[in-house]
Design a protein around this ligand. Structure first.
Ligand code: C2E
Ligand code: CA
Ligand code: CA
Ligand code: CA
Length: 280
C-alpha cells in the first residue's frame, strides 16, 4: 500500500510539473506580441575577435527576454517553442530591427561593426519574413555588408535547393551568410556543399575541450583546413581561455567568440567596453 501511495505521490508531482511546463509555454506564446511591443525583449551583443589583429570588428545579437512574471528567461526557454509554433519570424524581425538601430549608432560613433543575427533555417522558406527583413534593411542607413545571417538549424528542411536560392539572393545584396553550429545535427557536410555561405561557425561543443581532448583537436583542426580550402572563413565559438585561443590561432582560425573575449552585454555596454578602446 505504501509503495502504491508513493508512486501516486510521485505521479502527482510529475503531473503538476508537467502542468507548470505547459502553463509556461502557453504564457510565453500568449505574451510574445506584448513583450515585443513593450520592449521586454532586448538584444545582448557578444563580441567576436579577429584572431590576427586581435580587434573586435563584429558581434552576435542574442535575444533576451525580461518577463514581468517569469523573470529573465534565456533563449533556450523560448526560441525552440517559438520555432515549433511558427512564431519565430516575429521575434527575428524584432531582433533584426533592434540590431539595425544599434549598428547605425555605432557607425555614427565611427565604428563599423558587423553584426550577426540568428536566422532559423525554416525562415528561408518564409517569403513574407524574407521580404519584411529586406525591407527593414533597406529602410535603415546600415550598409548591408555589416549584416551577417547565422543560419541555425532546428528541424531539418525539405527543400534545400529553395533555401540555397534564397541564400544566394541575400548574398547578392551584400549580406554575409554564416553556417551556425557547424558539426551538430543537420549542420554538416551537406550544408557546406549545398549552401552558398561566407563563413562557418564551429559549434562550441567541439571547441570547448580542444586542450584536453585529442579527438576534438583533430576534428577542429581538420575542419578549419577543409573550410579554408573551400574558401569559407572560420569562426570558433565557446572560447573560454587563452590556451584555446592560442591553439585555434595555430590552426589558422579567423575569428573567435566566447567568454574569454567577452560575454553578451547590452548595446550601451558593448559600445563602452569595446568601441572606446584605443585599438580602434
Ligand atoms: P548560439 O547561436 O550557438 O549562440 C551561442 C550561445 O553560446 C549563446 O547562448 C551564448 O551566450 C553562449 N556562449 C557564448 N560564449 C560562450 C562561452 O565561452 N562558453 C559558454 N558556455 N557559452 C557561451 P544564448 O545567448 O543562451 O543563446 C542560446 C541559443 O539560442 C543560441 O545559440 C541561438 O541558437 C539561440 N538564439 C539566441 N538568440 C536568437 C535569436 O534572436 N533568434 C534565433 N533564431 N535564435 C536565437
Ligand atoms: Ca548563433
Ligand atoms: Ca540600407
Ligand atoms: Ca552553437
Amino acid at each position: 500500500a505504501t509503495k502504491a501511495m508513493e508512486l501516486g505521490y510521485r505521479w502527482l508531482a510529475y503531473s503538476s510539473d508537467l502542468n507548470a511546463i505547459v502553463h509556461e509555454k502557453l504564457q510565453i506564446l500568449n505574451d510574445l506580441d506584448q513583450a515585443i511591443a513593450e520592449g521586454q525583449i532586448w538584444v545582448a551583443y557578444q563580441p567576436k575577435m579577429d584572431v590576427r589583429t586581435r580587434h573586435i570588428a563584429s558581434a552576435e545579437a542574442l535575444a533576451r527576454w525580461h518577463h514581468p512574471e517569469l523573470g529573465t528567461i534565456g533563449p533556450d526557454r523560448f526560441i525552440p517553442l517559438l520555432e515549433q509554433e511558427g512564431r519565430i519570424a516575429d521575434l527575428t524581425l524584432h531582433i533584426l530591427k533592434s540590431a539595425l538601430v544599434d549598428i547605425a549608432n555605432w557607425s555614427l560613433q565611427g565604428h563599423d561593426i558587423n553584426c550577426s543575427i540568428n536566422v532559423s533555417v525554416a525562415l528561408l522558406g518564409d517569403n513574407r519574413f524574407i521580404s519584411d527583413a529586406l525591407e527593414a534593411i533597406s529602410r535603415s542607413t546600415v550598409d548591408n555588408a555589416l549584416l551577417t545571417f547565422e543560419i541555425t538549424e532546428t528541424a531539418s528542411i525539405q527543400d534545400l535547393e529553395a533555401a540555397a536560392r534564397v541564400l544566394s539572393d541575400l548574398r547578392a545584396q551584400g549580406i554575409k551568410i554564416s553556417i551556425d553550429d557547424y558539426g551538430t545535427g543537420q549542420s554538416s557536410l551537406t550544408y557546406l556543399r549545398d549552401f552558398p555561405a561566407d563563413e562557418i561557425k564551429i559549434d562550441q561543443t567541439f571547441v570547448r575541450a580542444i586542450i584536453a581532448n585529442e579527438a576534438d583537436r583533430v576534428m577542429v583542426g581538420s575542419t578549419i583546413a577543409m573550410a579554408h580550402k573551400m574558401h569559407f572563413k572560420v569562426v570558433a565559438e565557446g572560447v573560454e581561455d587563452e590556451d584555446t585561443l592560442t591553439l585555434l590561432s595555430s590552426y589558422g582560425c579567423d575569428v573567435v567568440q566566447g567568454w574569454h573575449i567577452g560575454k553578451p552585454i547590452d548595446a550601451n555596454a558593448f559600445g563602452q567596453a569595446f568601441l572606446s578602446c584605443s585599438q580602434f
